[in-house]
Design a protein around this ligand. Structure first.
Ligand code: FES
Length: 120
């Protein structure tokens, strides 16, 4: 509830390097993840991240938590942040809301994939 009431890193990022977008076909909710990447000691890291989620309270809380987990991580490590990692970091979600944690984690993976495709 705290991450829903005071979401971290919420909002559009105008100069994002890539934007991931995932919709939940079950409920119609959508999550956008914006990332800014920088190279540090030969590794690409997520220097900045923000989200816009049009969805339920759990979707907003998991998006907020995901941005906290991903900020400062290398792209490979960030790519491995799972839906479970996000839900566990929030001390769990009610079973009926577990599917909501898919949005943010999947949108981050989509953003990283798009960033890598763009760089090729
Ligand atoms: Fe749609 Fe939670 S009900 S993401």
């Amino acid at each position: 509830m705290e991450h829903f009431r005071n979401p971290r890193n919420m909002g559009e990022m105008k100069d994002a390097d890539a934007i991931g977008e995932i919709g939940n076909p079950v409920c119609g909710d959508i999550s956008l993840i914006y990332i800014k990447v920088k190279e540090e000691n030969g590794e690409e890291i997520i220097n900045d991240i923000s989200f816009q989620t049009f969805g339920c309270a759990a979707a907003i809380a998991t998006s907020s938590m995901l941005t906290e987990l991903a900020k400062g991580k290398g792209l490979d490590e960030a790519m491995n942040i799972s839906r479970d990692d996000v839900a566990n970091s929030l001390d769990g979600l009610p079973p009926i809301k577990l599917h909501c944690s898919n949005l943010a984690a999947d949108a981050l993976q989509d953003a990283i994939k798009k960033y890598r495709e763009k760089k090729k």
